[in-house]
Design a protein around this ligand. Structure first.
Ligand code: DOR
Length: 425
């Protein structure tokens, strides 16, 4: 189906119509056939489809929490046209066959591009490298590798992984957390509040020492490292230094680390239990500043659905993680209302697409680009209802909060996946 999107403001800067042809490409609007359907986007902002570097889709293994299809639906509703599916599934995505299967299931769902992330080490055990080269050469073309959920803590293994992926332009996305400094029972930020609540905490330094070590390893190997879910001001300082040295490092921050703080834990609500943990306001401020000035390159959701029987427990026993795909854009707008739409496109689409090597995503909204587009109502305000989510899980930290802006339409590969805020078909 070809159609014309009329009246949208491209990146919030200039109004133009967009013609999407039958082949799913953007074309000059004067080449649109006279009878082409028109989609009125007056007052909406058009951005390139969002790209999420960090999503947990749980399939295979935990289809009670999410599937590739339900996660793809959540992604489309959130304005995404590509998501990177983390490797901590059951079994782990550590072989070419496993990666190809995730990629195929993503294609069958057909709502966003699902790009598998390969594990760095076999079984996420941190010891032996996984089939990095075979995963890259598979049909899934894996280029991002991560043991997310766990840190690749052995420096020798991390060095070898960086050397290995360098050969084909891959990147290691690190969950930066020294297990010895964090301790096996840590479940929240270590500070005054954890002391008061009697909860074992993670100190910020457990993250920062790994970020520091890894940027040095990236320099030493001449390879590329990506820091997943940066959460402390100290990590930002290290990243700023590393970038000034010309080290090939990129970093992401989650929407929740841009808006939520550790004080939410005083009610012991496990919804707010996440890894890395929510931090104090000073860290939140540093993360926002770093995202605005480019020290942090991207926003990534760390969408981490969990079934009720894993999440609804006493705080210390509950699973780590929170939902994020459907709300990410509105959370970023709410946390950082002064970020321009061009910057939103940079941190949520263009740069993540570049980091992941997804050549047809994050492209400018101009003739010749594949039609991956999101149209946003910039002024809408809505209260989040966790029961309205299409995710199979309900661990939604935004329930009951009013957020700014709303995804109205999403176009993936020239097809409307979301129209007027609802899934198509
Ligand atoms: O909170 C988290 N949940 N952090 C992670 O690193 C893993 C994720 C998950 O898989 O649930």
């Amino acid at each position: 189906m070809s159609f014309v999107i009329t009246g949208a403001s491209l990146l919030g800067e200039r109004t133009a119509d967009l013609y999407v042809d039958d082949a799913g490409m953007l074309q000059p609007v004067d080449s649109a056939p006279a009878g082409a359907e028109r989609i009125d986007a007056d007052g909406l902002v058009a951005l390139p489809g969002l790209v999420d570097l960090h999503t947990h889709l749980r399939e295979p293994g935990r289809e009670d929490a999410e599937t590739i299809l339900t996660g793809s639906r959540a992604a489309a509703l959130g304005g995404y046209t590509a998501v990177l599916a983390m490797a901590n599934t059951t079994p782990v995505t550590d072989t070419a066959e496993a990666a190809t299967r995730v990629w195929e299931l993503g294609r069958e769902a057909g709502l966003v591009h699902v790009q598998p992330v390969g594990a760095v080490t076999r079984g996420l055990a941190g010891e032996e490298l996984a089939e990095l080269g075979l995963m890259h050469r598979s049909r899934a073309r894996v280029t991002v590798f991560s043991d997310d959920g766990k840190c690749v803590h052995d420096p020798r293994v991390m060095r070898r992984a960086l050397e290995y992926v360098k050969a084909f332009g891959g990147v290691v996305s690190q969950h930066s957390q020294d297990p010895a400094l964090a301790g096996p029972t840590a479940c929240c930020h270590e500070g005054e509040i954890s002391g008061r609540l009697g909860l074992p905490g993670w100190p910020g330094i457990a993250e920062e020492v790994i970020v520091a070590r890894d940027v040095l390893l990236a320099r030493h190997t001449g390879s590329r490292v990506h820091v997943a879910h940066v959460s402390t001001a100290g990590s930002v300082e290290v990243l700023r230094w590393a970038k000034a040295q010309g080290i090939d490092v990129t970093a992401e921050v989650t929407p929740h680390h841009l808006l939520l703080t550790t004080d939410l834990l005083t009610g012991y609500d496990p919804t707010y239990k996440v890894n890395p943990p929510l931090r104090p306001q000073e860290d939140v401020e540093a993360l926002r500043a770093a995202l605005a000035d480019g020290t942090i390159d991207a926003v990534a959701t760390d969408h981490a659905p969990h079934a009720r029987h894993d999440k609804e427990h006493a705080f210390v026993d509950a699973a780590f993680g929170m939902l994020g795909l459907e709300t990410a854009l509105a959370v970023v707008r709410t946390a950082m209302p002064d970020l321009s739409w061009a910057d939103v496109a940079r941190v949520m689409s263009t740069t993540p697409a570049r980091i992941a090597g997804l050549a047809d995503q994050g492209r400018p909204l101009e003739p010749g680009s594949p039609a991956h587009v999101v149209l946003v109502d910039p002024d809408a305000r809505a209260t989040v209802d966790r029961d309205a989510s299409v995710s199979l899980s309900r661990n939604n930290p935004w329930h009951g909060r009013e957020l700014t802006s709303r995804v109205v339409h999403t176009v993936y590969a020239g097809r409307l996946t979301v129209r007027d805020g609802a899934l198509v078909g």
